[in-house]
Ligand binder design. Structure first.
Ligand SMILES: Nc1ncnc2c1ncn2[C@@H]1O[C@H](COP(=O)(O)OP(=O)(O)OP(=O)(O)O)[C@@H](O)[C@H]1O
Length: 381
């Protein structure tokens, strides 16, 4: 019997999905190849076609999958050695899920995460443990991410239990005290408990723990969002200083565009599970070409009252669609004032738009829009 007669409908569906994924991956790779190295830095991380779908199930006894939440649905970016990539977007667009996949707290449904050229999504056992040491995470909420029953010394030194090779037992106390000093806390506080610290100090403890294993990459998921505005700048400045001191590369996730600008070399804007525009901070803030980025920027507070009067506010209509059922074609089209028929049927790829491909202008950066157009939203200072 010929092989094809054994192929079930399900097999065909799966093959279709794999083919679509491979197509997306090759499109992404070719668009990135066409753009050259994004940052000019040697990439330490290369993310291609990253996907995370959470199954939606129905039934109690017989659970059956009825769909999927497409939390991350084909994300591509590079992180250069020693650089900071900011990732911004509204709540629910998939930022935290990307962060979790980078540090292996979630397994991708599909896609590639290359660390120094090696795909870490395929690693397991010792090799995975070795890589995980180099990519650490700083969490959003310093109130819930520190165990209240552990002393600061135990919290910061905990990673050494998993990686004893980094610090022999007799040396750990001294190392933890060094880390406290590095993040601007008194080394004598080593025996105190988290509740004895302020929010900003707690986040410094979280950062010290992230640094314990001497990682090369720190993924910071909204590291200052839970803090008072007055403390946010101090923590951002600390991260800035540590980056220079330890030659760290950062993926810095936030919904606040002004904070991301302060710390980032490049910025990626996410919408409904995809990166829609990516470029240097000046390309994104002063020369945005994607309508979603322009709308986000138009909501950023402008301190100068005269400049505020002159800037245009773009108000988006409707809510973000459900990631379980994203719109066809361009996902942003249901809220976009420029949407046309083409947007409904043809999904735009993240690449330098054709109109800008030959011009020498900061607008020449990847933007997933069929009608990409430069628009200065934030008045220049
Ligand atoms: N474990 C999970 N199971 C099912 N759906 C999930 C799970 N984790 C996240 N999601 C969904 O995936 C989508 C993306 O979530 P994610 O937390 O990555 O977004 P986010 O941009 O980080 O938002 P926020 O800033 O609010 O954390 C959301 O719709 C969320 O409800």
């Amino acid at each position: 019997m010929p092989h094809s007669e054994h192929v079930s409908k399900q097999d065909l569906k799966r093959e279709g999905e794999i083919a679509r994924h491979l197509l997306h991956q090759s499109q992404a790779e070719s668009s990135y190849a066409a753009n050259g190295s994004e940052s000019g830095h040697e990439p330490i991380l290369e993310v291609r076609g990253l996907v995370k779908h959470y199954p939606l199930t129905q039934g109690i006894v017989f659970r059956k999958q009825v769909g999927a939440v497409k939390a991350v649905d084909g994300v591509d970016f590079d992180l250069g050695q020693g650089e900071t990539l900011g990732i911004v977007g509204e709540s629910g667009c998939g930022k935290s899920t990307v962060a979790k996949m980078l540090v292996n707290l979630e397994k991708p449904t599909a896609g590639v995460i290359k660390y120094k050229g090696e795909d870490i999504t395929k690693l397991s056992g010792r090799a995975l443990k070795a890589v995980r040491r180099n990519i650490q995470m700083v969490f959003q909420d310093p109130y819930t991410s520190l165990n209240p029953r552990m002393t600061v010394g135990d919290i910061i030194g905990e990673p050494y239990e998993i990686h004893p090779e980094v610090a022999p037992k007799g040396d750990r106390r001294r190392r933890v005290q060094d880390l406290l000093d590095v993040v601007g806390l008194n080394p004598e506080y080593i025996n105190r408990y988290p509740h004895q610290f302020s929010g900003g100090q707690r986040q410094r403890i979280g950062i010290a723990r992230g640094l314990a294993l001497r990682p090369e990459i720190i993924v910071a998921d909204e590291p200052v969002s839970a803090l008072d505005v007055s403390v946010q700048a101090q923590v951002v400045n600390l991260l800035d200083r540590l980056q220079n001191e330890f030659n760290l590369s950062y993926v810095f996730i936030a919904h606040d565009l002004s904070i991301v600008r302060h710390i980032s070399d490049r910025v990626g804007v996410m919408y409904l599970g995809r990166v829609v525009e990516i470029g240097s901070d000046s390309q994104i803030y002063d020369h945005p070409t994607h309508p979603y980025t322009q709308a986000l920027l138009s909501a950023v507070p402008v301190p100068d009252p005269r400049a505020r009067e002159h800037r245009e506010r773009i108000l988006l209509s409707g809510d973000v669609p459900s990631p379980a059922n994203p719109p066809s074609g361009c996902r942003f089209r249901t809220r976009c004032w420029k949407a046309q028929e083409r947007c409904e049927v043809e999904e735009p790829v993240l690449a330098v738009p054709e109109v800008f491909s030959t011009v020498d202008s900061p607008a020449r950066h990847p933007s997933a829009c069929h009608f990409a157009e430069e628009k200065q939203v934030v008045p220049s200072e």
